[in-house]
Design a protein. Sequence first.
Length: 406
Amino acid sequence: MHCYANCKMDRPIEIDMTAEINRVVVNMLRKCKLEANNKELEIPLEDFEERVAMYSGIPKSRLNKIAEKEKLSERYPKPHSIDFNIHKAILRCLIKFYEQGKMPHIRNLFESVNELVQTKQDIEQFRLDLSKLGLDYHPIFNDRRLFMEDPKITFERYTYLKKIREIRKRMPRPMIYYVGERIIDKNNMLNNPWKQNIHRSDITSGEFIFFHAMSRKGFENGLFCYSATEDDFYKWVVDVLLGALVPSSVVILDNSPLHGTFKSQTISMFDTKYEMQMWLRKRDIPYSSAMHKSQLYQLIKTHIDLDQLPRVDRAIKACGHDVLRLPTHFEDLSPIELVWELIRNTIVMQSDLHDEILSFFSNMPRKSYDLYEKAIEKRESDIFKLDSEMDEILDAYLTALKEQDK
């Protein structure tokens, strides 16, 4: 009886493993058949990680975990940031491939980018950079894959650029405040948390974080905080920064985990009427007990977008300001990045940088801040133009591919 019970417990696992193996085999057969019909490899031989993901149907994130566990990964352990001009060149080269009707791959993209800018990196680092930027072989149609940017990232960036360009056209010209932070670590790397791939909402390594804000008028405010958390950032914004902003300003945050994350929807049309009423009551939103469930849900929908915002965004909006988040992988669309690049090349690295950093920000001429913001406007214009070209040319390329498959 004991043995029988153990067998019954083990069997579902065996069934799950068999189903997983069958799924991988079926996926491989389908992909190999497609390549045989087309008489060409869908992904070049040298793009081995992408080929494994395509044939197995297993997400690359899971494959990477397996590779790291089995010590098969050749990934670079050091924090690494991608230069803005290289990122722009990658998008430009992809547009060129699509426009010419050519299928982009990692190697020919690497060669094309090097013709535009000197990357000073080998193809393996370039491959990793592409993956970080959301550039990969994404499924399109009929089991085909195309090397392209994750559409979610593309759409997010376009939305941000459209909004910020509209804001810049407002009259009178609104004040735009850029908010960020740097890790003041023992090696004086002065890295941003998002560049160090830190995904938690606290820094527990015993390091100082420098919260700061700047606008075209200059340095607005700064605070050094030891082992900072999301709560510390929120308190600095609410207790200090908001009081220094001019009315009807625009606050731009980067994608640091310390700035909070967007919540997933906590209530849906499938919840009970009582749960909907409790959701509204908790947020002090008036409703009538006579309201139909569908009416309650419509009322919830008018407030749910705000409810999903991180609390720091809600606090900024409640004070009458607009708040934007920099697009994913394009935190370089902030003048703060340009200032820190200058700091690294100017100040003498000492054991205690606090006074030196504050002095640098405070003494930098106002004209310099204004010039930095103008440089960011130029970057925004360049990327917006590239995105507009990409939208039109990629759509034409996909249409041509579909015609070929008929």
